[in-house]
Design a protein around this ligand. Structure first.
Ligand code: ACO
Length: 397
C-alpha cells in the first residue's frame, strides 16, 4: 500500500516519504482538544491554561470540558456529577472476576482486564447514538476508580468497599482505596492531580486509543488498549520508577554522583525528558507546589530533598539538551503522601487520563479514517520453501 501526496494526489513510495521512527514530528490527525507549547512550557485544554483549570476547576468539570468541548453550565455539571455518582458501582461479576486475578499481578494489568470486561456487560455497540456515547463516557469515568480501588483491597484478601454517595469523586476514590474518609486538603489536592493528568495531546496511549477507535470498536476496548500502552516505563509507568530511583539515591549528597554515573552509562533519568517539552513541564511545577502544600501540613517526605537536588544538579548536564522534569517527577511524591501505594501510581494516572482518551475517542469518530501506516520492508525478498529435513537444526546455526 502506498500513500498519496495530498497536493498532487500521486502515490508516494514509503521510501520517498522517508522513515520516521516513533512518528516524531509527523502530524497524523487534527485535534481541538489540547495545545502544548513545548518551548514556552505552556499547556491548554480546549484553550484554558492548565494552571487556571488546576486552580479553579474540578476533575469532573474538566472532564466535561475535554469531552464536550465547552465548560458545562451549572445544571449540566450537576447532571453529569449525579450521573457519574449513580454509576460508580461495578457488577459483582466484575468484582468476582477480579478476585480470580493473581494478587501478585500488577494493578495496571488488573485494570486493563477489568476495563476490557466492561465491553461484555455493555455490549450494545452503537457508537453513532449520542445517548450510547454519553452513557459509555459516564460509565468509564465512574467505574475505573472503583475498579482500581477494588483490586487494591482484593489483593490484600479483603472485599472491596462500596462507593459512598455523600462523597465527591476524588474523596470517594481515596475513601474506597484507604478505607478512611480523606481530609479536605488531601481530597482537593488529589482532584487537582487528576486535572493535571487528564489530557496531553497525541502521546503514546492517546495515539493507541485513537488507533483502536478508528476501527469503530467499542469504547471499552479503546480504553483497555490505552491502559496497556500507558503501563510502559517510558510512558505512565515512569512515576513508579522515579520513587524507586530516589530511594536508590537515598541521600541528596549522592544525587550528583548518581547523575554522573547514569549519564556515563547512557541510562535515562526517570521523570526527566519529554518529546514535546524543551523546558520544565508546567505540570511538574504545579505538582511540586502541591507536594509542598502536603508536606507543610503532614510533614516532609525525605525523598523530596533528593528530588530537588537531582533537579538542580541535572541543570548543567541535561538542561543544555532541553531535558527537564516531566509530569512524573513530582507526582509520585504527592501520591505517596496521600497514602497511595507505589504500584498504583500508574493506575491513578489512568483514572485521570480516561477523560482525555474519551475526548479523543469522540473526536476520532467525528472524522474517522482507519489508521494504517506503511512500512519499509527490510526482510528477504523471495525464498524457496524447504522441507523440514532440509533445514538446519538449531544446534548447527
Ligand atoms: N535522562 C537522560 N537522558 C535523556 C533522558 C533522560 N530522562 N531523556 C532523554 N535523554 C537523552 C537521550 O539519551 C538522548 O541523548 P543523545 O542524543 O545524546 O543520545 C536525547 O536525550 C534524546 O532522547 P530520546 O530518548 O531520543 O528522546 P525522546 O523524545 O524519544 O524521549 C522520553 C522522550 C521517552 C520521555 C525520554 O525522555 C525518556 O525515556 N525519559 C525517561 C522516562 C520518563 O520519564 N517517561 C515519562 C515521560 S512523561 C509521560 O509519558 C507521562
Amino acid at each position: 500500500m502506498v500513500a498519496k501526496d495530498q497536493k498532487t494526489n500521486h502515490h508516494l513510495d514509503p521510501t520517498e516519504i522517508g522513515l520516521r521512527p516513533g512518528l516524531e514530528g509527523v502530524p497524523v490527525t487534527q485535534s481541538a482538544i489540547c495545545d502544548i507549547d513545548g518551548v514556552k512550557g505552556e499547556l491548554r485544554y480546549r484553550g484554558y491554561p492548565i494552571a487556571e483549570l488546576a486552580s479553579h476547576s474540578s476533575f469532573l468539570e474538566t472532564t466535561y470540558l475535554l469531552i464536550w468541548g465547552d465548560l458545562p453550565s451549572p445544571q449540566q455539571l450537576r447532571d453529569f456529577e449525579r450521573e457519574v455518582q449513580m454509576h460508580r458501582r461495578v457488577s459483582f461479576r466484575v468484582r468476582d472476576m477480579m478476585k480470580c486475578f493473581p494478587a501478585s499481578g500488577h494493578p495496571m494489568d488488573a485494570l486493563q482486564s477489568s476495563a476490557a470486561s466492561l465491553g461484555l456487560f455493555y455490549s450494545r455497540r452503537a457508537i453513532d447514538d449520542p445517548q450510547y456515547v454519553y452513557d459509555a463516557v459516564v460509565r468509564l469515568i465512574a467505574k475505573i476508580p472503583t475498579m482500581v480501588a477494588a483490586f487494591q483491597l482484593i489483593r490484600k484478601g479483603q472485599d472491596p468497599i462500596q462507593p459512598r454517595d455523600d462523597l465527591a469523586y476524588s474523596a470517594n476514590f481515596l475513601y474506597m482505596l484507604t478505607e478512611r474518609e480523606p481530609d479536605p486538603l488531601s481530597a482537593r489536592i488529589f482532584d487537582k492531580c487528576l486535572i493535571l493528568h487528564a489530557e496531553h495531546s497525541l502521546n503514546a496511549s492517546t495515539f493507541s486509543a485513537r488507533v483502536t477507535a478508528s476501527t469503530l470498536t467499542d469504547p471499552y476496548a479503546v480504553i483497555a488498549s490505552a491502559v496497556g500502552t500507558l503501563a510502559g516505563p517510558l510512558h505512565g509507568g515512569a512515576n513508579e520508577d522515579v520513587i524507586k530511583m530516589l530511594e536508590d539515591i537515598g541521600d541528596p549528597e549522592q544525587a550528583n554522583s548518581y547523575l554522573e554515573k547514569a549519564i556515563a552509562k547512557k541510562q535515562k533519568i526517570m521523570g526527566f525528558g519529554h518529546r514535546e517539552y524543551k523546558v520544565k513541564d508546567p505540570r511538574a511545577s504545579i505538582l511540586q507546589g502541591l507536594a509542598e502544600e502536603l508536606f507543610a501540613r503532614f510533614g516532609k517526605d525525605e525523598m523530596y530533598d533528593v528530588a530537588r537536588t537531582l533537579e538542580k544538579q541535572s541543570e548543567r548536564s541535561l538542561g543544555k539538551k532541553g531535558i527537564y522534569p516531566n509530569v512524573d517527577f513530582y507526582s509520585g511524591l504527592v501520591y505517596r503522601k496521600l497514602g497511595i501505594p507505589r504500584d498504583l501510581f500508574t493506575p491513578v494516572f489512568a483514572i485521570s487520563r480516561v477523560a482525555g482518551w474519551l475526548a479523543h475517542w469522540r473526536e476520532q469518530l467525528g472524522a474517522n479514517r482507519i489508521f494504517r501506516p506503511s512500512q519499509i520492508y527490510t526482510g528477504e525478498k523471495s525464498r524457496k520453501w524447504k522441507q523440514a529435513d532440509d533445514r538446519l537444526s538449531p544446534t548447527s546455526i
